[in-house]
Design a protein around this ligand. Structure first.
Ligand code: HEM
Length: 220
């Protein structure tokens, strides 16, 4: 098996704990989660990604990354939101996190892309967990790149290894990845609180859980 590159290791080290917290806190990852939790998850993901997805992929990338093929996951999300009954107007009205990372340096772009591209890795697990609740719907976001999923991740990690060769590049990429992951976790927590505060009793029941670790980290 191929040895993990130092650059990928730096990205994993910088984000592993936030990923774990995120996974544990998300309502889509709980027993009984279904269409309502999935659509709420997509709305929040959309709200986080909307302010930087185009800037990320319109910036310069090595040709082998095939940035164009990676560039429009908001469209996947919107396909699912529409299939789930959201109107165009409702989709446009989804709150936006306003996260605008500094994408000037290639290592920083790799760091942010790591979070987005890596999110595809969890979809198999997620699909299995959500399958009973979503049946017979097979959503676009969970399909990801389809039979290209493994290949695209391999190309991504090969590029990380090839283009991030210095300690400084590792540091910049890792810091950008952590910043992106943290902003996403904060956003999910804020959205969950907003839903609870809006007092939709179904959401309160669905979202009940301990989010104290997020607030400890955000404000601590
Ligand atoms: C409940 C939701 C999630 C579950 C169950 C989940 C699960 C997983 C699993 C099982 C892997 C490892 C896959 C493998 O090695 O083949 C993974 C990797 C990853 N996930 Fe998630 N994930 C979830 C949400 C997210 C979200 C929301 C993001 C970011 C937007 C994310 C980002 C990543 C990244 C960056 C990796 C790559 C780690 C690496 O191999 O370097 N995940 N996830």
């Amino acid at each position: 098996m191929k040895k993990t590159s130092a650059a990928l290791e730096a990205l994993r080290q910088a984000t592993g704990d936030v990923h774990q917290q995120l996974e544990q806190s998300l309502t889509i990852n709980r027993p009984g989660a279904g269409k309502r939790e999935y659509l709420a998850y997509l709305e929040d993901l959309r709200g986080w990604m909307a302010s930087f997805e185009a800037a990320l992929w319109n910036a310069p990338w090595p040709a082998e990354m095939e940035a164009r093929e990676r560039a429009d996951k908001l469209a996947w999300i919107d396909t699912d939101l529409r299939a789930g009954g959201r109107s165009s107007h409702a989709i446009q009205a989804i709150p936006v996190a306003g996260f605008t990372p500094d994408l000037a340096a290639l290592p920083a772009r790799f760091g942010v892309a790591y979070v987005i591209e890596g999110a595809q890795l969890g979809t198999k697990v997620l699909s299995r967990a959500l399958a009973p609740g979503l049946h017979p719907w097979s959503p676009r976001w969970l399909e990801g790149y389809g039979d290209q999923n493994a290949k695209r991740w391999r190309v991504f990690t090969d590029c990380v290894e090839h283009y991030l060769t210095t300690d400084e590049a590792h540091r910049v990429a890792a810091s950008a990845a952590r910043e992106a992951f943290t902003s996403l976790a904060d956003w999910f927590a804020a959205r969950r609180l907003a839903r609870e505060t809006l007092q939709d009793p179904r959401d309160v029941a669905a979202n009940a859980g301990d989010v104290s670790f997020l607030f400890g980290r955000v404000h601590g």
